[in-house]
Structure formats: structure tokens, C-alpha cells
Design a protein around this ligand. Structure first.
Ligand code: URA
Length: 212
């Protein structure tokens, strides 16, 4: 009987059943506490010069059980003000691409290589990326997503420790630790180059499909 009900649920599109058990609640609380601890650390972090100009550090946000983690570069002006990732124009485009794929932004986890806004939105230096990366690594370990979707060259450099030409390499599936890595454009690049918008939307869909 249970098997039949599960089969019906699968047939109508549910491929995961999360039981609100005590265990689930406990794991959720543990993950939240660990992320809150990182947030306390980054708000007072002085490991790189970017701390000098920040209004606040931006940890990241989203589903604590996300199968896909979207990783960008660093907070921009709006993110620095609001304390949330990808809430400016680039963020709105990312949200649109996720919705276009049939999902909600809250279904996934969104974070950045650097937690503090670089002055004038310049690219964080390699030293700044490396100083901040351990925080992201802890987020990856806590959320344990199946797919890391790297948005742009800095996200790629920050995680994979190699330079890349996104226009050449986008769409590739690689590995990082036990995770799949999907590479695509940074949404700010897409805003400046509308010709790649459809490709970007397709890429976001493919990154999500990889996790299913
Ligand atoms: N660009 C990023 O890379 N990250 C943000 O959070 C916002 C803009």
C-alpha cells in the first residue's frame, strides 16, 4: 500500500519525500546554527582588506537542503545594504532564470566567493578570494548540495583555483570534491550582453536538472 502511494506520488512529479520527523527538525536546526556561527564570524572578519568598506558581510541564503548551490562573486551595492545575496539587478535576473526553469529562488542556496563588497564592485583579488574561501567551503559542507552552479569567472577561480574563459567553457560539467560543477555566465555579464540571455536561462535550467 505504502509502495503504491509512493509510486503515485512519483508519477505525478514528486521525486523526493521529506518526512517532518524529529530527525529532519534536528538536522535543520544544526545546519542553521552552524550557518549562524559563520555569519557571526564574517561580520567581524578582518582577514582581507575588503572588511574596511563593507556595511555588512553577506553570508548567503536559501534552502538548507538545497540540491543546487548558486555561487557568485561578491556582494554589490544593494547586497551590501540589504545583507542578502543577489538582490540587485543581477540578482533579479538570476531569480527570473530560476523561475523560468519552473522553480523558486527559495528552493536553492545562493552564496558568493567573497562575503564583503569590493570597493566600486571591482573583482576581488586572488588573495581576497583565498582569505574568504574557507567560509564558503564550510557552507558547502553544511548544505551538501549535489551541484555547484558557478556564475562567472571569479566563482570558477574561487572554487576550482584555475583561470577560465567562461565564453569557451560554459555549459561544462566538472567535479569538485564529491559534487558536480556546472559553469555558466555571471548574470551581470548577461545584463551587458543580452545576446546570451537565452543561453544563460538554459544553463540555469540544466544546472537544476543535473541535480534531479
Ligand atoms: N553579484 C554577485 O556576484 N553576487 C551578488 O550577491 C550580487 C551581485
Amino acid at each position: 500500500m505504502v509502495r503504491e502511494i509512493l509510486q503515485i506520488l512519483r508519477d505525478i512529479g514528486f521525486d523526493e519525500l521529506i518526512l517532518e520527523s524529529e530527525d529532519f527538525g534536528r538536522v535543520k536546526k544544526e545546519r542553521l546554527e552552524k550557518l549562524e556561527q559563520i555569519n557571526r564570524e564574517i561580520q567581524v572578519c578582518t582577514k582581507c582588506p575588503l572588511h574596511k568598506d563593507r556595511k555588512q558581510a553577506v553570508l548567503g541564503e536559501g534552502n538548507l537542503f538545497a540540491k543546487v548551490m548558486f555561487i557568485g562573486e561578491a556582494p554589490g551595492e544593494e547586497e551590501d545594504i540589504q545583507g542578502r545575496p543577489f538582490v540587485g539587478r543581477a540578482g533579479q535576473l538570476l531569480t527570473k532564470a530560476i523561475e523560468n526553469a519552473g522553480y523558486k529562488r527559495e528552493d536553492f542556496y545562493i552564496a558568493n566567493i567573497n562575503k564583503c563588497r569590493p570597493p566600486g564592485n571591482r573583482t576581488p583579488t586572488i588573495e581576497e578570494q583565498e582569505a574568504c574561501f574557507p567560509y564558503l567551503q564550510r557552507q558547502i559542507d553544511i548544505i551538501n548540495p549535489k551541484v555547484l552552479c558557478l556564475l562567472g569567472a571569479t566563482a570558477y577561480r574561487g572554487v576550482m583555483k584555475q583561470e577560465v574563459k567562461i565564453t569557451k567553457e560554459r555549459g561544462k560539467v566538472l567535479n569538485y570534491q564529491d559534487k558536480l560543477v556546472y559553469i555558466t555566465f555571471h548574470p551581470s555579464y548577461v545584463l551587458r550582453n543580452q545576446a546570451v540571455k537565452d543561453t544563460f536561462f538554459e544553463d540555469i535550467k540544466k544546472a537544476i536538472e543535473l541535480s534531479l
